[in-house]
Design a protein around this ligand. Structure first.
Ligand SMILES: *Cc1c(COP(=O)(O)O)cnc(C)c1O
Length: 356
């Protein structure tokens, strides 16, 4: 007789609830930092032909060599750096945790930040230590350095810019952390297209610096492609926990094709950055709304009765993200993804009618 799964499932998993994705059918979807623009017609046609020709009866290239070559050029990855590809950067976070997950290993993150750092640590049985940010969402560098000395973390995750706060941390503070860290420091640059600041060019300076990128926020969220760049001494071990065919043939083909014509991605990112400015200025005129600075494709703001504002927006078919209750620092905070000019106008109009 089989035992009750509750007796067999790991303790730390039993308490977790599955990652929730809100139903967005029929909504103006401004909750998940997707690029609102589709691929240009000529690229879509090319992809149609490539997909029709693809030999999907065969396994994909396990090394994804052609795709890696394109990524190196387009993302300006230093030649000395090694690359590991993932089915989204979420999978890379998982690979890192699996590779560094010795018994008792500690992962350090800051709070609030990307929830996957904490969640995946729990999935993989590592202990996660979250160091609170300062009240203005800047890094509390002394506190981080103190926890590094105390807990000897094998892995440190820093999102640059940070999600859900949107800001870029001070570069010199991050450099101090890299220098003090006994293990790897992963700079998660998911929002690089909107930040124009990067640690990619610093890879040669510190062997324990790893830079993570994803194509999700710049227009290919449905494709699932993330990458980790860093010194071969560290990445060759991460590569061992990568499942051989984690990046499918169609993902490889589509990403290669898109990167071949990447000028439109830069144009779309520029349009989103300019809309971010307009959205911010408009939000600033709303009474009782506190807007936080953003270097990403979303804006965090605080307003009294955030839960009610969120519900009212939803009843007007505008879906954003409610962060109230997720962390004490995010009390009454909402996060809106920058959409097309028309979507942003719909959001602003709905917000005008939803504020208390
Ligand atoms: C969205 C996001 C990711 C996840 O990206 P995928 O490549 O889609 O898995 C990683 N890090 C941060 C900070 C994000 O906001």
């Amino acid at each position: 007789m089989a035992r009750n799964p509750e007796e067999l499932i790991r303790d730390e998993l039993r308490e977790l609830t599955p990652y929730h994705v809100a139903d967005a059918a029929g909504m103006v979807k401004l909750d998940a930092m997707e690029n609102p623009y589709r691929l240009p017609e000529h690229v879509r046609e090319r992809i149609g032909c490539l997909a029709a020709e693809a030999e999907v009866n065969r396994y994909p290239d396990p090394a994804a060599s052609r795709l890696k070559g394109r990524l190196r050029t387009v993302l300006q990855i230093p030649a000395e750096a090694e690359l590991v590809l993932g089915n989204g950067s979420d999978e890379i976070i998982q690979m890192l945790m699996l590779a560094f997950g010795r018994p008792g290993a500690i992962v350090l993150g800051v709070e609030p930040s990307f929830v996957m750092f904490r969640l995946v640590a729990a999935f993989c049985g590592l202990r996660y230590v979250g160091v609170p940010l300062c009240s203005d969402f800047s890094l509390d560098t002394d506190r981080v350095l103190g926890v590094i000395r105390r807990d000897d973390p094998a892995l440190i995750f820093i999102a640059y810019p940070n999600n859900p706060t949107g800001n870029l941390f001070d570069r010199a503070s991050i450099e101090k952390i890299i220098e003090a860290a006994p293990g790897a420091v992963v700079i998660d640059e998911a929002y690089n297209a909107f930040a124009e600041r990067s640690f990619m060019d610093a890879l040669g300076r510190w062997s324990n610096l790893l830079v993570m990128r994803t194509l999700s926020k710049s227009g290919l969220a449905g494709l699932r492609l993330g990458l980790l760049a860093g010194s071969p001494a560290w990445l060759r071990h991460i590569e061992k926990v990568r499942l051989p065919y984690n990046v499918g043939m169609l993902t490889q083909l589509v990403a290669e094709e898109v990167l071949e014509h990447d000028a439109f991605l830069l144009e779309q990112a520029a349009a989103i950055r300019s809309e971010r400015g307009r959205l911010r200025e408009a939000l600033d005129t709303f009474p009782g709304v506190e807007v936080f600075p953003s270097n990403a494709n979303f804006i965090l703001f605080r307003t009294a009765g955030a839960q009610q504002v969120f519900d009212r927006l939803k009843s007007r078919r505008v879906l954003i993200k409610n962060l109230h209750g997720s962390n004490p620092a995010l009390e009454n905070c909402l996060r809106v993804t920058v959409g097309t000019p028309a979507e942003n106008d719909l959001f602003l109009d709905a917000l005008r009618h939803s504020l208390a």
